[in-house]
Design a binder for this molecule. Structure first.
Ligand SMILES: [Zn+2]
Length: 274
């Protein structure tokens, strides 16, 4: 279940609202201080936006999400299928400490109070939560990560590291480039064909030689094959809704990033008021 809220002046979509033991959200473009193509709540790290703006945006999301930069761990976003287990000792990596040296596109943890932080502008955010083992995961699944089934890698990692039963894991597929807008060339189409031989509607071929891919259906198939039964798709296309979310395709790459965050709550944690 997800719900749009405004917390400390930052509009965001809270996800997993039905579970008191987790905090998770997807940010939008609103509520930050960046300007121009980065307006306003930009979390794209390596870009022409000013350090001051980026720092202030991080401060704002921390206030809204009830955390601090020292307790956040970020991915490096390199379209790998690498999922890393992190914990309290990794706090600050990406924002106040150097980012991971190796490519990391997924994070899992069972340490309460640690926020997993991932970045997007058309790629697919996948958030995972196991209410039984109190474990969480955050995945950046672009088309390469989707072909590589990084969501399944994260589920297997949660099972191996925390003893999660995939049937207990709840997944949210966040805003991303929808089938309506994700037109691809033949080579990309072919990669999807070989990764998902039983297409099940993940792909659409148009008579003029154009191909469309439904990333959320591909990811849903991947999660189901990994044993995940509870899957919620937010069904928001970042291109169609580029006023609300950053979109790479819509802007030809002149854009910032929004974020997907998740944290297992500490027992003494109090809710950030609306
Ligand atoms: Zn669209």
């Amino acid at each position: 279940m997800f719900q749009k809220k405004v917390k400390n002046g930052v509009p965001l979509y809270e996800v997993f609202c039905e579970f008191p033991s987790v905090s998770a959200c997807i940010t939008t473009r609103e509520g930050g201080v960046s300007e121009g193509e980065f307006a306003t709540l930009n979390f794209r790290m390596h870009c022409a936006d000013t350090e001051e703006n980026k720092k202030e945006n991080v401060r704002r999301i921390c206030m809204a999400f009830g955390t601090e930069p020292e307790k956040i761990v970020t991915t490096t976003q390199e379209h790998t299928t690498e999922v890393k287990r992190v914990g309290k000792a990794d706090g600050g990596i990406g924002f106040v400490r150097p980012r991971f040296q190796e490519g990391v596109d997924g994070l899992v943890t069972n340490d309460a109070g640690v926020t997993l932080f991932t970045f997007f502008a058309d790629c697919v955010p996948v958030l995972l939560f196991d209410p039984v083992k109190k474990a969480a995961g955050a995945v950046h699944s672009g088309w390469r990560g989707t072909v590589g089934k990084i969501s399944a890698v994260a589920v297997h990692k949660m099972a191996a590291e925390f003893g999660s039963d995939p049937r207990d894991i709840h997944a949210v597929i966040g805003p991303h480039i929808g089938e309506c807008c994700f037109q691809v060339d033949r080579p990309v189409y072919d990669e999807f064909l070989s990764a998902f031989p039983s297409l099940g509607g993940c792909l659409r071929e148009e008579k003029d030689g154009k191909y469309y891919i439904d990333l959320s259906r591909a990811i849903t198939k991947t999660l189901r094959a990994a044993g995940v039964e509870h899957i919620e798709n937010m069904e928001m296309c970042t291109v169609c809704r580029s006023d609300e979310f950053f979109s790479h395709r819509k802007t030809g790459g002149k854009r910032g990033c929004f974020a997907a965050l998740i944290r297992i709550r500490d027992k003494e944690e109090t809710e950030v008021a609306e």
